[in-house]
Design a protein around this ligand. Structure first.
Ligand code: MG
Length: 452
């Protein structure tokens, strides 16, 4: 018996030796200079998939819904294969165009469409000075278009390449704005009837614009431009708790209520107001302070546990690092094209996962439908998804962007088409030219500018 065991052990060792010798020989075949040269000519990263290069990068502008939109189209060496990305910096749309048509086109032509990470980082650093909204939006258009192309090449929707589904669909919030609390509550009820579980409530425009019953002194004296808006931040701050009280009482507990402060009021006044909201259980309060007032978050966190969303005006993904590590807010509220596209947004989202900070990407009408498709592609994947701001697109917008995301029962259902699942009809897009526009300046009665 023992002899038999020794014999089998010996043959096992011999077999292993043979295998080792064989492996070395086998591997050396691939490590030889000849083999390395062969690998150089046919890059190993492209094994099994034909290498495709960028033929051109161009901007397409359109405004079918009123807001200026900028789309990047990346055409490739493969006939008929192209990708689309959102590069919408709506307030300065025209200046994003040369950043795409001149700089990105020259930088990208001839490069491999598959190397998105390298393309992003090299284009980001190539300008030396970086993190501005113009260049970040241009870069986002390129980045999203390359993800779109990658999905088309893999014959998969982008979300599958990012990690696949973590949920059935993307839960969204919609907007109920009105001049009075009664009108707002009626709208909330209508949205609840349509299936929405989350509704943002605003009385008038941001900071109560359009609902103040006074005529500002600066207008009487002809100070500033006639189009400038005005509000009374103290009156606005007094109204918000009353609005929450009324809507919560009228619409019940089965709806989540959100509100965007748009940085109105002095930081200490904002903290006092948010404390008053605690009893009405807001889902989140957005942008309580401007990005210039980040240090106030520590005071806010000590004063109240009302959930906070922040980051819409962040351009630099590093701006999220300290607030997340210190858990200063609960929702990542950023405009994906503003930070440079899907690639950096995935990094921010993953960082949030470690600190229980959830995503709530910016998704108003001045995010293009292509940008909404990119938002949804991340939302459906990341574990720490929170909520998605939604947009109901008009028929005109849908004609320009076939494959526009649609909402059912308060959910965005992601496209199952390869890539981002959205296209652009360039002929239709050309019917709606963009125009120079920024935000109206907002002032107090005496003419002092308020941060938007
Ligand atoms: Mg906002």
């Amino acid at each position: 018996m023992k002899e038999l065991e020794n014999k089998s052990e010996k043959s096992r060792r011999e077999a292993l030796k043979l295998f080792a010798v064989g492996s070395v020989g086998f591997l050396s075949l691939f490590n030889s200079p000849k083999a390395r040269a062969a690998n150089y000519e046919t890059p190993s990263y492209a094994r099994g998939v034909k290498t495709v290069t960028i033929k051109s990068v161009k901007a397409i502008t359109t405004a079918p819904g009123g807001s200026n939109l900028v789309i990047v189209k990346v055409e490739t060496s493969e006939p008929g294969l192209y990708g689309l990305g959102c590069a919408t910096f709506t307030q300065r749309a025209q200046v994003v165009v040369p950043a795409i048509d001149t700089y990105l086109n020259d930088f990208c032509v001839g490069r491999d469409v598959d190397n998105i990470e390298d393309m992003w980082t090299s284009a980001y650093l190539n300008s030396y000075w970086r993190n501005g909204p113009v260049l970040n939006n241009a870069l986002s258009g390129l980045d999203q278009a390359l993800w779109d192309i990658k999905g088309k090449r893999a014959n998969m929707p982008v979300y599958k390449l990012l990690g696949g589904k973590s949920r059935i669909a993307v839960d969204t919030y919609t907007h109920a704005s009105g001049p009075t609390v009664e009108a707002i509550a009626d709208k909330v009820q209508q949205y609840m009837d349509q299936g929405f579980r989350h509704v943002r409530i605003q009385q008038g425009g941001y900071g109560g614009v359009g609902t103040m019953d006074f005529s500002p002194d600066f207008k009487k004296e002809g100070f500033s431009r006639t189009t400038d808006d005005f509000t009374d931040p103290a009156e606005y701050l007094r109204r918000v708790p009353k609005m929450f009280e009324y809507v919560r009482k009228k619409c019940g507990e089965k709806v989540e209520l959100l509100h965007d402060m748009h940085e109105q009021g002095e930081p200490i006044q904002a903290i006092n107001m948010i404390k008053e909201l605690q009893n009405y259980r807001p889902y989140f309060i957005e942008d309580p302070f401007s990005p210039e007032n980040m240090t106030w978050f520590k005071n806010l966190r000590q004063a109240t546990s009302v959930p906070i969303a922040m980051g819409e005006l962040f351009n630099n993904i590093n701006e999220f690092k300290e607030p997340m590590m210190n858990q200063l807010f609960d929702f990542i509220r950023c405009h994906i094209s503003q930070i440079g596209g899907i690639t950096p947004a995935m990094k921010v989202a993953r960082l949030g996962e470690w600190f229980n900070v959830r995503t709530a990407w910016h998704g108003p009408g001045d995010t293009s439908p292509v940008g909404h498709a990119a938002n949804n592609s991340i939302d459906i994947v990341v574990f720490n998804f929170g909520i998605q701001e939604s947009q109901m697109f008009s028929d005109r917008v849908k004609e320009v962007f076939p494959g526009c995301p649609t909402i059912k029962n308060g959910y965005y259902y992601v496209s199952e088409e390869p890539g981002l699942g959205i296209d652009i009809n360039e002929k239709e897009a050309a019917k709606y030219p963009i125009r120079a526009r920024g935000m109206n300046t907002l002032r107090k009665s005496d003419g002092t500018i308020l941060k938007p």
